[in-house]
Write a protein that binds this ligand. Structure first.
Ligand code: C2E
Ligand code: MG
Ligand code: MG
Length: 764
């Protein structure tokens, strides 16, 4: 009865192994085939034992024995095949693999052959009849051939266990588990089995060990997913991201954070609960985070670290129960700093560190719109003739001077000031009225020196101020007003600050009116040239300068200083000049017969060179009025030559080649050096007495004039002195060798008829 139960148990175990074999075979894993074979190979020994237990006669018991012994060899063959596949070297760990040598299989096959020879030679085992549970039981009795069988089987098993042991040692920790489980189940099975073999206990219960071994192999190779390995891998992945990740239990307690998360919250690793609390300090309660946290920036308290909540949410099981939640946070400090640096660079002037023009206007306009500047002034700060500083001392000193001006503006400002650099040498500021003390400012500016090493330069700085009314919303309009104030003192070296007041407002209105009247003035001949005689050493009139006058129907007689500077500024000077040039040509053409030798000098404004093709315009007039170019003299000023010098020189040279005489007007008013003169393509040098009389000592002025005259003669340039007012001056100039003269002493600018009368009078 008990033996029948064993038979049933063994049959059940066989069924289990068969089931594993079928399932393993169906598995898509390559190892499945080997596992299936191994499970199948475990069946014969179990089956053999089942037969032996059930057999009460010799022959079935003998069949059971063969089944068992040959089955053991089959197990070893299948196990060797399985091990070769399981431990085969893969591409990533070549040195860690193992492949069974063919001779192992050969030895096992040889054992099977040897065992099948037993019926003939009776060398391997025989059967002994004993009684178990009251029934005959045929127990195996090993003979000599059995020794080979045991050596081969145990040898193979030991070898395989050794291979698994090596794999356990060599493999990374997380993989070790799979090898260790198989190794220990093999060891346990072998010991159990050995116990039965050598104790010769009937009914081999160790067969259960075979089945367990089969099931373990099946489970670990086919179904087992190394969860610890997965855990580790996932943890490694999340730990190596730069984002901080926090995981929460359903009750809202933080249960895990990765490395960046630990760093972010400054906790010791493991104190995840604390991390949750710290996170709340930064971002508020997790539940308060908006659904879509895009673009949400959160500043970490304390230092200047910036974080961005990338994502947050909860996960649920299939029944909708909350399993936990998570927050992803990214440290965006670097990106933020970079952005800040870029914004800073875009809004700040690289040289002075002040706001750029656009940013300054934007900042001021913003505050104007919020009516925050009612107690402020707008100030436009301008460095006069800064180009000279650059030209004389070099760019480095120029840069230093500008930074010094910027520093000075800073020193004058408080937190409520907004200031910046508007252009190369102009700065803008919005300062509170209480900081504005005119006396202090004037005093500061009257002695504004830049000192660098042994170089020292006095900078002339002018500031135009304007008041801000509640209606003012546009910063650039305010700066335009401040500029108008500044323009009113631009040439004044003693006054440094000016206010945009009613007088300036009136002037602007008047200028606008004058500008709007110009085209009518030209077409109605209100704009006419007055002629100021130019005489030679004998006092004879040899020519005249055409000087514009506006005979205004309402305003009356207007000298050029009332409209020329305005039109020079707004560019309308071209219309004035073209008109005067035409008038001059018309006069010359009228003189062609009566005074063919007389010349007329016409003024060419620096702006003309920008706004029109001066040469072709004048050539066209010459052609139209059929004139000799030698009778039309071209007066240009030093300022014309200060920019695009090469181009300008070329134009003047072309004038000369076309037969014109080119005159350099107002020599001494600018800053051009005598040295420059030798390169200038000019025929006449007009030296203005006005500039020289500013010199305190008369004798020194005389020396300068004398030398200029001498130098120009040496260079083959005719000297002409204008602004001669007295007989005495004339005499001195004659002495100095001057050749041409113009001035009130001879005549003021006259209307054409008057001039012509003088002409005939003088000639008479
Ligand atoms: P400028 O070309 O240097 O003309 C000489 C100026 O000196 C004239 O002033 C003339 O009246 C003045 N002047 C002549 N002799 C004496 C003198 O003995 N003493 C004093 N104190 N002044 C004397 P004006 O006519 O008022 O012209 C002033 C400036 O306006 C001119 O200086 C010239 O730069 C400009 N201008 C006049 N007409 C024209 C024009 O048609 N086109 C352009 N672009 N500029 C013009
Ligand atoms: Mg002139
Ligand atoms: Mg002049």
């Amino acid at each position: 009865m008990i033996r029948s139960v064993y038979v049933l148990v063994f049959a059940f175990m066989i069924a289990l192994l068969a089931l594993c074999a079928i399932l393993a075979r169906r598995s898509e894993k390559p190892i499945g085939r080997f596992v299936s074979l191994l499970c199948l190979s475990l069946i014969p020994p179990v089956l053999g034992n089942m037969i032996i237990i059930g057999a009460q006669r010799r022959i079935p018991a003998l069949i059971g024995c063969y089944c068992y012994y040959i089955g053991m060899d089959l197990i070893m063959i299948a196990l060797t095949g399985f091990t070769s596949e399981y431990c085969k070297p893969n591409s990533s760990s070549k040195e860690n693999g193992w492949k069974a040598p063919v001779w192992v299989y050969a030895l096992l096959v040889l054992d099977i052959i040897q065992l099948t020879m037993n019926p003939f030679f009776g060398h391997a085992f025989t059967l002994q009849e004993i009684e178990v549970y009251g029934l005959p039981y045929f127990q195996m009795v090993p003979l000599g051939g059995q020794t080979y069988h045991r050596i081969v089987c145990y040898g193979t098993l030991l070898m395989i266990m050794f291979i698994f042991l090596i794999m356990c040692i060599k493999m990374p920790g997380i993989y070790r588990e799979q090898y260790a489980v198989i190794l220990f189940s093999m060891l346990a099975g072998a010991i159990w089995q050995t116990f039965y073999i050598f104790s010769r206990t009937p009914i081999d219960r160790s067969m259960a060990g075979f089945v367990i071994f089969g099931l373990l192999i099946f489970y670990f190779t086919i179904y087992y997913r190394p969860l610890r390995l997965l855990d580790r891998m996932l943890a490694n992945i999340v730990s190596s991201t730069t984002e901080a990740i926090f995981l929460y239990a359903p009750d809202g307690i933080c249960i895990w954070a990765n490395e960046p998360g630990i760093e972010l919250t400054g906790i010791e690793s493991g104190e995840y609960e604390k991390a949750g609390k710290r996170l709340e300090e930064f971002f508020g309660s997790k539940d308060e985070l908006p659904e879509q946290s895009n673009n949400e920036l959160i500043r970490k308290s304390g230092d200047e670290t910036w974080y961005y909540v990338l994502d947050h949410g909860s996960f649920y099981d299939e029944k909708g129960r909350k399993l936990g939640s998570y927050i992803y946070v990214r440290d965006i400090t670097e990106e933020r700093l970079m952005l800040e640096r870029e914004v800073y660079a875009a809004n700040h002037d690289a040289l002075t560190g002040l706001y750029t023009r656009e940013f300054l206007l934007q900042r001021i306009s913003g505050r104007l719109k919020r009516n925050e500047l009612s107690e402020h002034y707008i100030a436009l700060i301008d460095v006069s003739e800064f180009k000279i500083v650059n030209d004389i001392y070099g760019k480095e000193f120029g840069d230093y001077a500008l930074t010094s001006v910027a520093d000075w503006i800073r020193s004058y400002s408080d937190a409520s000031c907004i200031y910046g650099r508007l252009s190369g040498d102009t700065f803008g500021s919005c300062i509170p009225k209480k900081l504005f003390i005119p006396e202090v400012l004037e005093k500061d500016l009257s002695d504004f020196k830049i000192k660098k090493g042994s170089t020292e330069h006095h900078l002339v700085i002018h500031i135009g101020f304007c008041d801000i009314s509640p209606e003012d919303k546009d910063a650039s309009i305010l700066f335009d007003r401040a500029r108008l104030a500044l323009d009113s003192i631009r040439n004044d070296y003693k006054t440094h600050i000016a206010f945009y007041d009613s007088a300036i407002r009136e002037k602007v209105r008047r200028n606008q009116e004058i500008s709007s009247e110009l085209s009518a003035a030209i077409s109605e001949n209100q704009l006419i040239p007055y002629l100021q005689p130019i005489v030679d050493r004998s006092g004879r009139i040899v020519g005249a300068e055409a000087l514009a006058r506006w005979i205004h129907p309402d305003r009356g007689f207007m000298p050029p200083n009332e409209f020329i500077p305005l039109f020079e500024e707004n560019g309308m000077i071209v219309d004035v000049d073209k008109h005067i040039w035409r008038c001059a040509c018309r006069i010359l053409s009228g003189w062609r017969k009566s005074h063919p030798d007389l010349f007329l000098s016409i003024n060419v404004s620096p702006k003309d060179f920008y706004l029109t093709d001066v040469l072709s315009d004048i050539l066209a007039l010459i052609r139209e009025y059929d004139l000799d170019p030698a009778n039309l003299r071209i007066e240009v000023t030093e300022t014309s030559m200060m920019s695009d010098t090469d181009d300008r020189m070329k134009i003047l040279e072309e004038f000369r080649q076309n037969g014109f005489i080119v005159e350099m007007d107002d020599f001494g008013s600018g800053y051009s050096s005598l040295n420059m003169l030798k390169d200038m393509p000019v025929d006449v040098l007009k030296i203005d007495m006005k500039f020289l009389s500013e010199s305190k000592e008369n004798s020194r002025a005389n020396t300068i004039v004398k030398n200029i005259i001498k130098l120009s003669r040496d260079l083959g340039i005719h000297p002409l002195t204008e602004g001669v007012e007295t007989r005495e001056q004339f005499d001195i100039l004659l002495d100095m060798g001057c050749m041409l003269f113009q001035g009130f002493y001879f005549a003021k600018p006259l209307i054409q008829e008057e001039f012509e009368k003088r002409l005939t009078g003088a000639q008479a």
